[in-house]
Design a protein around this ligand. Structure first.
Ligand SMILES: NC(=O)c1ccc[n+]([C@@H]2O[C@H](COP(=O)([O-])OP(=O)(O)OC[C@H]3O[C@@H](n4cnc5c(N)ncnc54)[C@H](O)[C@@H]3O)[C@@H](O)[C@H]2O)c1
Length: 381
């Protein structure tokens, strides 16, 4: 096991940033959980999990938080720098696919709770190297589940996505947790496959699992491969943005701190064996979102010139729509309006995009499509 503060490209992460958003962790909502003491958070140097790491470390000093992350291209230890020196925080550089290490950590740190975020997350990449997604998202989850079973973990919260439901037609009703899973791209297929294993470990072995499915998350700390950080970065550098297809596909968005609040609620009040949707009803097409970003960045006069339409993804779900009533019944509600969250995000990316990660250039192209080389390696092993 090794502990590190270096980012993937070897660039030191301990730069000084005046990042006040990192301290926006809200108010503590619960007493310490009876069986919660040592929490392993996988993928904690990534985007969403870093909101959860910061929140739990700062608001729940009696919990020990172990951030287990392999520091892939999209990760940054800057995301968790604000808590790096806290006594209840430990960073462990490791890969969830490596069984011996995962077992060692669970045993050695007496892990009772796992919040499993680590995954390959970019749909575009999954069209190129889909076996990487199977390896990390399915096999990695399987390794973690088995280690959790052997080490008698008391709570395993698996972070999934609304993309597992597949697309919902315009005008189609919101999907509940009981709806069928019908993923349409390799990313969402691996997330759905991982969910099947989670369900099987719960049924066959009684592993106390919970699944969450959220809609598109946005905010600071997201590697600029996803639409909002990518377009803000490009526009702030006076570059054109690329819209897949005609831009009519819609997405619903939820701000990072609202998801962290949801995880806090589910960790303390979620019922074993249940699945919880985490979503908002704020929905916008990719084209409208792009125009909004252009206007908010003071570039409205150049709108036409700044937008380029490019070939669509091999398949691009028209829309997703989930119903979060079940989670709301536990007392959760989103707090950050899209207007406020977007403003914060724009300011943050204008300042930090090029400083936060060692290299983002490869992400700023129309289709950040990774080659299938890894795919062949995985299949031939
Ligand atoms: N971003 C979204 O809009 C969104 C929406 C719904 C659900 N999700 C889910 O939430 C989770 C987190 O998503 P995100 O966007 O924050 O991810 P991200 O891409 O920002 O970060 C993923 C993190 O996982 C780590 N990781 C990947 N493979 C690993 C492995 N084998 N071992 C250890 N660490 C590994 C990476 O280094 C990185 O820090 C994922 O499971 C994703 O499917 C994301």
């Amino acid at each position: 096991m090794s502990s590190t503060t270096a980012d993937p490209a070897g660039k030191p992460a301990n730069q000084q940033f005046d990042d006040s958003i990192a301290l926006d962790v809200g108010k503590r909502l619960f007493d310490a959980g009876k069986d919660i003491k040592n929490i392993l958070i996988t993928g904690g140097a990534g985007f969403i999990a870093s909101f959860v790491v910061r929140k739990l470390v700062l608001l729940y000093p009696e919990y020990n938080i172990y951030n287990f992350d392999k520091l892939d291209y999209c990760a940054s230890t800057n995301n968790v720098k604000s808590v790096a020196d806290k006594p209840n925080y430990t960073f462990i550089k490791g890969d969830i696919c490596v069984k011996d290490m995962v077992n060692f950590v669970l045993h050695e740190k007496k892990i009772d709770t796992i919040l499993h975020f680590a995954a390959q997350t970019h749909v575009d990449n999954s069209f190129g190297n889909s076996a990487e997604f199977t390896l990390n998202n399915v096999m990695g989850t399987h390794v973690l589940l088995e280690a959790a079973r052997v080490n008698h973990v008391k709570k395993f919260i698996h972070i999934s996505t609304d993309e597992v439901y597949g697309e919902v037609e315009h005008g189609g009703s919101e999907l509940t947790e009981e709806s069928l899973l019908a993923p349409t791209n390799p990313y969402s297929a691996t997330k759905a496959a991982a969910e099947m294993l989670v369900g099987a470990y719960q049924k066959s072995f009684g592993l106390p699992t919970i699944i969450t499915r959220s809609n598109n998350v946005y905010g600071p700390y997201q590697y600029p491969e996803k639409i909002i950080p990518k377009f803000v970065t490009l526009l702030s550098e006076n570059s054109k943005v690329f819209i897949h297809g005609d831009g009519s596909n819609t997405r619903r968005f939820i701000y990072g701190t609202d998801v962290a609040d949801a995880i806090e609620v589910i960790l303390h009040k979620g019922a074993t064996g249940e699945t919880y949707n985490i979503g908002t009803s704020f929905e916008i097409s990719n084209l409208e979102l792009t125009k909004m970003l252009i206007r908010q960045m003071g570039l409205g006069a150049r709108e036409k010139e700044l937008i380029t339409f490019v070939e669509d993804r091999p398949f691009n779900d028209m829309r997703y729509a989930i119903d979060s009533t079940k989670l709301e019944a536990l007392g959760w509600a989103p707090k950050v309006s899209f207007e406020v969250g977007l403003k914060r995000s724009i300011e943050w990316y204008k300042t930090y995009s090029r400083k936060w990660w060692p290299n983002i250039s490869g992400a700023l192209v129309a289709h950040p499509y990774k080659s299938g080389a890894q795919h062949e390696i995985v299949l031939q092993k």
